[in-house]
Design a protein around this ligand. Sequence first.
Ligand SMILES: CCCCCCCC(=O)SCCNC(=O)CCNC(=O)[C@H](O)C(C)(C)COP(=O)(O)OP(=O)(O)OC[C@H]1O[C@@H](n2cnc3c(N)ncnc32)[C@H](O)[C@@H]1OP(=O)(O)O
Length: 217
Amino acid sequence: MTTPADTSGAGMPAGSVPLTSVPQDAPVDRATAAARRVVEALLLTDRANANLERVAEELNGIAEHLEQHAPAVRDRMVDMWGGEGVTRHDPVTGLENAIALPLIVYGLPDGSVRGETTVTIPYQGPPGCVHGGVSALLLDHTLGVANMWAGRDGMTAQLNVRYHRPTPLFEPLQINGRQESVDGRKIRTTGDIRTAEGEVCVSVEGLFVDKKVPRPR
Ligand SMILES: CCCCCCCC(=O)SCCNC(=O)CCNC(=O)[C@H](O)C(C)(C)COP(=O)(O)OP(=O)(O)OC[C@H]1O[C@@H](n2cnc3c(N)ncnc32)[C@H](O)[C@@H]1OP(=O)(O)O
């Protein structure tokens, strides 16, 4: 959540391309990054911090200001889904979503996809480790991107998750995905989360079914 997204593709094989949204020099990106910073800072700040009452008031003031400038949810959703392909609001890669890491997923020339990130305190499960549900979220989404990269995508019907070893916070992680096969409407996709040393912490096998939910208009 807190390491700035690396959009350079450094560490990716030559010819890799970003498939998910990349940061823009836009006020909404800066505001969302600041909100991520606030989430982490609230978890880290001294519980005895004498100014927390004022912090609560100021944050509520900011929320009220944003709410006053919000269109109807339906209109906002039409706007969100107005683009093509890449989204900026999902909970994994969305640059406009403060709960997204945000992860940038690259398409590799060998047909697989990969994202690199360091997960920190807001996503803690066991002490010093990534929450298992967060690992499943990262992998579900990455497999979805792998399907897009392979040219045939759908909705998750099953995600079988195997937790091999605790996934460390504060260390660079690699999130991998690859479409394995397509059989009629059924798409099988695999992925894993590895440490920088290549140790597999979590692996998944996903079954996706080629079906779309219509975009709001
Ligand atoms: C880039 C963006 C990436 C985003 C990635 C995010 C991915 C997500 O989070 S998607 C959201 C989570 N998933 C959902 O909400 C899906 C909810 N479920 C559904 O909509 C449907 O049940 C769905 C799509 C899984 C199946 O659709 P439906 O049209 O009913 O399929 P149906 O005709 O019954 O089955 C098609 C085939 O799949 C099989 N199948 C369907 N569901 C399952 C299942 N859960 N397990 C095993 N097989 C299944 C059927 O047996 C059938 O097989 P066959 O052709 O051999 O007879």
